[in-house]
Design a protein around this ligand. Structure first.
Ligand SMILES: Cc1ncc(COP(=O)(O)O)c(C=O)c1O
Length: 415
């Protein structure tokens, strides 16, 4: 059996990819850290993207997803998207990493690259950020490390189940399927809201994981802390509720689940440095929890072995750079307004939630539109993999990214 969480050839729902391509804001970062070779490789690779795109249209596209168009966009084109690509498909931080994190990497992050050992410094630093003891924190290679390994620890083939919304970030569901546990997907409410009552009713005595992203990706809809608590109280003994707070900065004050995670119950909160801290390419994430289930998770965690020295030195300065996070949140809020105005003008209804991405309804199959954008070097995701085939999910970028998007969409609409 393949250990891949996704059936081969099927585009994983909600899967985000982090290829080596360089968006405008990250170019300077990689130049600083890795040198101009990376940019050159990215440029060459974009031609590869175009080749894939052209191949997708040909007769050899054996299993087209669109009725009469090309197959799914390449999730991970060889070598990335090129230095001039407009990357508004991955919910990355359009401002790039914190300058403080970059300075720390340049000073200390690479010279110790030959050494394995990462003392508990990252765990301690994250614990201090939340004002908790080290035992309540596990750090890993992105929060995805936890979405991958927690199912292996808590699910068994045939005798357990996982509950998650049908339209959400896909890793946990994919891994559960690979394990052979039953995956129970609950329907979405209007405008991409999460139907918490349906999730509560779907939880069974054999349920060992309930997964929710808050705010949800790709819909952007949040649930309240009380709703999270109402899910937690239904989780059977020995099970966990994973609350994936990759976009925690966009929850209203007091609505995150950290205090629930520290209360000794089944809640485990997942956080990432990939979004607000702009360190997606360095792969750093963590979970917070307490009590017996967190002890079990700690027992099966492989330690901080999945981390790298650049992430280790970037972690503290990134956490300390509140101004950078605040600038990111401002950029997203302003960018959302700009995107909404653009989609309004285009006549595409967009869902109303606050997150660093937006779902906009093209009113027709969106995949061919996504391909047209892709050919113009603009990467967004179509909603087909999430069962929302008329939608595009557009990440907030910089204003120039949005202008490029709407200029292209106007052109596509006029054709
Ligand atoms: C809801 C959600 N969780 C987790 C992740 C991945 O985070 P990481 O980069 O820390 O693995 C993403 C990435 O887009 C996401 O949208």
């Amino acid at each position: 059996m393949s250990l891949s969480p996704f059936p081969s050839g099927v585009r994983p729902p909600g899967f985000e990819c982090y290829p080596a391509g360089l968006g405008p804001s990250r170019r300077s970062f990689l130049r600083a850290v890795a040198g101009a070779a990376a940019a050159a490789a990215g440029g060459a690779a974009f031609a590869g993207c175009e080749r894939e795109s052209a191949a997708g249209q040909g007769e050899s596209a054996a299993a087209p997803v669109a009725s009469d168009g090309p197959g799914p966009l390449p999730v991970w084109p060889d070598g990335g998207f090129g230095p001039d690509a407009v990357r508004i498909g991955f919910n990355e931080n359009p401002l790039g990493p914190s300058p403080r994190a970059l300075a720390a990497i340049a000073a200390d992050g690479l010279g110790a690259g030959h050494a394995y050992n990462y003392p508990d410094s990252i765990r301690d630093r994250v614990a201090a950020h939340h004002g908790v003891a080290r035992d309540h924190v596990l750090v890993g290679c992105g929060s995805t490390e936890f979405l991958q390994f927690l199912p292996w620890g808590f699910l068994k083939p045939g005798t357990t189940s996982l509950v998650l919304p049908e339209t959400t970030y896909g890793w946990c569901g994919g891994v559960a399927e690979a394990i052979g546990a039953e995956v129970i997907r609950t329907p979405m409410g209007p405008e991409g809201t999460l139907d918490v009552a349906a999730m509560r009713s779907a939880i069974r005595p054999d349920t060992r994981i309930v997964y929710v992203a808050n705010p949800n990706n790709p819909t952007g809809a949040p649930i309240s802390r009380d709703e999270v608590a109402s899910l937690a109280e239904r989780v059977p003994d020995g099970g966990i509720l994973i609350v994936d707070e990759a976009y925690a900065e966009f929850l209203d004050d007091g609505q995150d689940a950290v205090s629930l995670a520290l209360a000794g119950g089944p809640v485990i909160v997942a956080r990432t440095f990939s979004k607000a801290y702009g360190l997606a390419g360095l792969r750093l994430g963590y979970v917070l929890g307490s009590g017996p289930v967190f002890e079990k998770a700690t027992g099966i965690w492989w330690g901080d072995f999945g981390l790298n020295t650049a992430a280790a030195v970037a972690c503290g300065p990134a956490l300390d750079d509140g101004e950078h996070v605040a600038a990111y949140v401002r950029t997203v809020d302003e960018g959302l307004d700009e995107l909404r105005a653009g989609f309004d003008e285009l006549g595409w209804p967009a869902w109303p939630h606050r997150a660093p991405f937006l779902m906009a309804d093209a009113g027709r199959e969106a995949l061919p539109v996504a391909w047209e954008l892709f050919r113009r070097g603009i990467y967004v995701q179509d909603g087909g993999g999430w069962g929302l085939p008329t939608f595009l999910r557009v990440s907030v970028g910089l204003s120039a990214d949005h202008q490029a998007l709407f200029a292209a969409l106007r052109e596509i609409e006029a054709a």
